[in-house]
Design a protein around this ligand. Structure first.
Ligand code: SAH
Ligand code: SF4
Ligand code: F3S
Length: 468
């Protein structure tokens, strides 16, 4: 999953709201800023829906908001630092308007709990990822001057009945959360502590959400979970168990023009059965995000990723055998994990050369308090070495992305138009199945259209096409 971007919510219409008596005032304006992974963006849409049902409206105007919410990320130290800086920046607004409520939501709220209230005096409420149904009550309490904390982690909550309010939407692509939490214990990772135990959402509500999106004109959904391959839902009525390949199969059948993507797959869990389902359906995108983290078996073991370099490469072989060499494969890499030597680093570079990833999210290791790695290992690779290795990893990926994109020149493919190109009003931007961005001249097309294109040129990050 991509992390650490930011968006603002958009203005929503205030149609006749259901107002609950013990909640915060009718018509209050809520501003939400979202950080972190796609899961957090999806959560902000759930939060907006809960607040709308309680009579509030979200606004894109921070200056006139009654409540400012930060939906936060803890994945690396700098993600938390960003939030602390944002809290400092809004201090003058709080001074001018003491009635303004400030809430910290999401992973940082869960990690720091009430400590956050002590450390950041400006904060009025702290709400973890499983507590969002209680936000209206929390606002009411905070309005009465009682700072409020709810960081209870649930084993059941999947917000399955909530119909998310699509924020900053292009009207074409949407996220659909299929599970929450994570039961893996990758030693570097804070997510199991901030998101709790893994639980899968009711299949029928997932299918309903996708059908509704189709009716509303959406053309692509991305199924979200920290480890989608371990999706498992029991139909209480029939007693049958639905696994991820079955879920994918069912989603693909909703409509042939509704594209299905998913993220994230774990190398230990992705099966050939999943790959065959992708192959079976034209509308399941030919793209797999398969975080490798490292190319060294020794480091993977210390990371508790539970696979070896050989296992990872075998999975890649299966993907290429079943889905073909053009299948888009992207990854996540961490540089400078505890005890990583120059040889380990070179193994990561050689893995990247061998796989030829389309794209990669690349990070330098950031120790997170309370994680197994923080408890067991010394963060012994210097910041300078981490940065140098990261720079090498990034430079190599850039080379590989460019080489892979060059291979696309001349290919004919189907792109889904997502909107006008950021750089030119006269061009449209969209994606092909392999998750690569394509720019084409606008002509008579509009967002939501499927367009057959021939790739004519590229950079490392973008393809350029002509309509055929
Ligand atoms: N569930 C997904 C990823 C979640 S976090 C998975 O299993 O792949 C997204 C990415 O952030 C991870 O893949 C990892 O590359 C990176 N990451 C997680 N913890 C980190 C840490 N402590 N320091 C640096 N990068 C980290
Ligand atoms: Fe973190 Fe590992 Fe779970 Fe991904 S699978 S969220 S990296 S613990
Ligand atoms: Fe996502 Fe960051 Fe939490 S990556 S799960 S928002 S720690």
């Amino acid at each position: 999953m991509s992390t650490e971007s930011i968006t603002e919510t958009e203005k929503l219409d205030l149609d006749i709201p259901k107002f609950s008596k013990d909640s915060f005032g009718l018509g209050k304006k809520i501003y939400i800023e979202t950080y972190g992974c796609q899961m957090n963006f999806s959560d902000s849409e759930i939060i907006s829906s809960i607040l709308k049902d309680a009579g509030m409206a979200t606004t894109s105007q921070i200056e006139t908001a009654d409540v400012i919410l930060f939906n936060t990320c803890s994945i690396r130290e700098n993600a938390e630092q960003k939030i602390r800086n944002r809290l400092d920046q809004i201090k003058p607004q709080k001074k001018r308007n003491p009635g303004l409520l400030v809430g910290v939501l999401g992973c940082m709220a869960e990690r720091l709990k009430s400590k956050l209230l002590e450390e950041e005096k400006i904060v009025d409420l702290v709400a973890g990822p499983d507590s969002y149904r209680t936000l209206p009550q929390m606002f009411a309490e905070a309005e009465d001057g009682n700072k409020s904390v709810n960081v209870f982690l649930s084993r059941e909550e999947t917000y399955s009945d909530i119909n998310p309010v699509r924020l900053s939407s292009n009207g074409v692509t949407a996220y659909v959360s299929i599970m929450r939490g994570c039961d893996n214990m990758c030693s570097f990772c804070v997510v199991p502590y901030t998101r709790g135990r893994e639980r899968s959402r009711d299949l029928l509500t997932i299918l309903k959400e996708i059908k509704d999106l189709h009716v509303d004109g959406f053309k692509e959904v991305t199924l979200l979970g920290q480890n989608v391959d371990s999706y498992k839902w029991e139909n209480k009525e029939s007693g049958s168990i639905v696994n991820f390949p079955q879920l994918l199969d069912a989603c693909a059948q909703i409509h042939p023009e509704m594209r299905i993507r998913f993220s994230t797959s774990h190398p230990k869990d992705i099966t050939d059965e999943v790959l065959h389902i992708i192959k079976k359906h034209e509308n399941i995108c030919n793209h797999i995000h398969l975080p490798a983290q490292s190319g060294s078996t020794k480091i993977l073991e210390k990371m508790t990723r539970t696979y070896t370099r050989e296992w990872y490469l075998e999975r890649i072989k299966s993907i290429k055998n079943i889905l073909g060499d053009t299948c888009g494969i992207s990854t996540d890499i961490i540089s400078g994990f505890c005890s990583e030597t120059q040889e380990d680093h070179e193994e990561t570079l050689s893995l990247m050369r061998e796989v030829q990833f389309n794209a990669a999210y690349m990070f330098s290791y950031s120790e997170r308090p309370g994680t197994p790695a923080a408890k067991k290992y010394i963060d012994d690779v210097s910041e300078l070495t981490k940065k140098q290795r990261l720079a090498e990893i990034m430079a190599l990926q850039n080379e590989i992305s460019l080489a892979r994109n060059k291979k696309e020149i001349g290919r004919e493919c189907l792109m889904l138009v997502e909107g006008t190109s950021k750089k030119s009003e006269l061009h449209l931007s969209g994606k092909i199945s392999e998750n690569k961005v394509v720019i084409i001249p606008a002509f008579q097309f509009k967002k939501g259209d499927y367009v057959k294109v021939r790739i004519t040129d590229c950079t490392a990050g973008t393809l350029f096409g002509e309509v055929i």
